[in-house]
Design a protein around this ligand. Structure first.
Ligand code: NAP
Length: 452
């Protein structure tokens, strides 16, 4: 495995993959640790998880640099990500006992109740785009529920994978509570087949979701799948076009445009479309693209050369399908994997940037006749992750929110994740939920106890 700095294209470090013997050793350790960890109290788990939050906060910039060097997000974004990881640890340390409190139920028994018991070692197959956050938002609830975690991280962020294991070690968690497996995608099936692994969560693309879902299904192991998205950002005629455009540009370019919940299709009512498009293009063209370590940079490089080439091919195809280029549409003439923030206007269903996920700073502006047409266009997608809706009419917003086919709707704000709110999608964006009490209940045995 290789760590390559996407801002320069330079090889930072080569990492030897774990061979089968080492993978087996780590699985056995996870299983042994589960037997003792699952019997610790919530208080003890919470004490240790609070320690994890402390370790993250003590060296916020150090952990952040690891992410920036390996996948190119800006240092400021990486620091914010580290802080958010500490937050999710604090949140579950404080809330897990409440989220998983036994629930009494009145029946013909003298006492009956439901309890939530841990399952065992859970495998997490994770993407590179939020290399810390994706892992901690899985690990914090899983560990607080009494499970132990096994991480198979994306092959381009092995340094982050090892660093995260180090965070748990420094916080004093027992060895085997959180274990990194340095393996490629091809080795995942063997790990899933191990009886040690009780369930799997994958965050990644829909092809990866289909592969893991099918394999886990054949083994009858539970899955949570957090997959791609092509989130609509709907602007109705009564929204402020300047403010909507300002947030729209940020919602598209967050994490250098590589976020599952980044806004990707900007569906705007015709009456306001020209004004929105003008402000939006100015905002996108105004972003400073460059060195992600520089604190004045807005947009850093894409994570890998092949991802940049795929994105550029999507733009080219959409132009040949009839989209109109307003800004960008090209790779920057410098070393590293930099792509100019791009706006394509007059995009319609059937065009590549409408139908497929774009993972980079490329925005598709779609013009809608009215609010109903905007809703129809928003739902005309195989994905269903998040949606952002801009209007001054709260009643209309609530009505449309009920009819949007997505896992979340944010009105007059950009879509974001929050430990207190459930997160996940429908349709090709996957199934299951992370975060909140819904997330911690995904990997537990919901057990009925009936006593006469
Ligand atoms: P990816 O190529 O699907 O990889 C994700 C992870 O799955 C990596 O660890 C990868 O390993 C592994 N993987 C890929 N194919 C596999 C297979 N057939 N069997 C087992 N493991 C497999 O996705 P990515 O490029 O890293 O991440 C970008 C995608 O993730 C986007 O589609 C994005 O929208 C989505 N995402 C979704 C969410 C969400 O919460 N819904 C959040 C973030 C990102 P290797 O690296 O070794 O190939």
């Amino acid at each position: 495995m290789k760590s390559i700095n996407p801002a320069t294209g330079e090889l930072l470090r080569d990492w030897p993959e774990h061979d089968e013997t080492e993978v087996l050793r780590r699985l056995e350790l996870a299983e042994q640790t589960f037997h003792s960890w699952s019997r610790t109290s919530y208080e003890e788990r919470a004490r240790l998880l609070k320690g994890v939050a402390r370790v993250l906060r003590e060296d916020l910039t150090g952990w952040a640099k690891q992410m920036t060097e390996e996948m190119g997000k800006t240092l400021a974004a990486a620091e914010a990500e580290t802080e958010k990881c500490a937050w999710v640890c604090d949140h579950y340390a404080e809330a897990a006992a409440r989220y998983l409190a036994p629930e009494p139920v009145k029946t013909d028994a003298s006492e009956s109740f439901v309890r939530f018991d841990p399952l065992g070692p859970i495998l997490a197959v994770m993407p590179w785009n939020f290399p810390f956050w994706q892992v901690f938002r899985f690990a914090a609830p899983a560990l607080m529920a009494g499970n132990v975690g096994l991480l198979k991280h994306a092959s381009n962020v092995p340094g982050c994978a090892v660093a995260i294991e180090e965070v748990f070690r420094r916080a004093g968690l027992p060895e085997g509570c959180f274990t990194t497996l340095l393996i490629g995608a091809k080795a995942v099936d063997r790990v899933l087949e191990s009886p040690v692994v009780r369930a799997v969560t994958l965050t990644g693309s829909d092809p990866a979701g289909r592969a893991i879902g099918a394999k886990a299904g054949s083994l009858l192991k539970k899955t949570v799948l957090e997959l791609g998205g092509s989130d609509p950002f709907i602007v109705l005629y009564d929204a402020d076009p300047r403010e909507a455009a300002r947030i729209a540009a940020r919602a598209r370019c967050i994490n250098n445009g590589q976020s599952c919940i980044a806004a990707k299709r900007f569906i705007v009512e015709e009456a306001i479309a020209d004004r929105f498009e003008e402000h939006f293009t100015a905002e996108m063209a105004g972003f400073k693209v460059g060195d992600p370590m520089d604190r004045t940079t807005d947009v850093g490089p894409l994570a890998r050369e092949d991802l940049l080439q795929d994105l550029h091919a999507q733009v080219q195809r959409s132009l040949s399908e009839g989209a109109k280029l307003r800004t960008g549409g090209r790779r920057l003439d410098r070393r590293g994997y930099f792509y100019a923030p791009t706006v394509l206007d007059h995009v319609r269903p059937g065009m590549t940037v409408f139908d497929d996920e774009t993972f980079g700073p490329v925005a598709a502006v779609v013009r809608a006749r009215d609010a109903e047409d905007a809703l129809r266009l928003a739902n005309q997608s195989k994905f269903g992750l998040g949606a952002s809706l801009w209007t001054a009419n709260a009643e209309r917003a609530k009505d449309l929110a009920g009819r949007l086919e997505t896992g979340s709707v944010f009105v007059n704000g950009m879509v974001k994740s929050d430990p207190r709110l459930p997160f996940g999608g429908i349709k090709t964006s996957g199934y299951g939920r992370e975060l909140s009490h819904f997330g911690i209940r995904e990997f537990v045995n919901v057990k009925t106890v009936w006593i006469r």
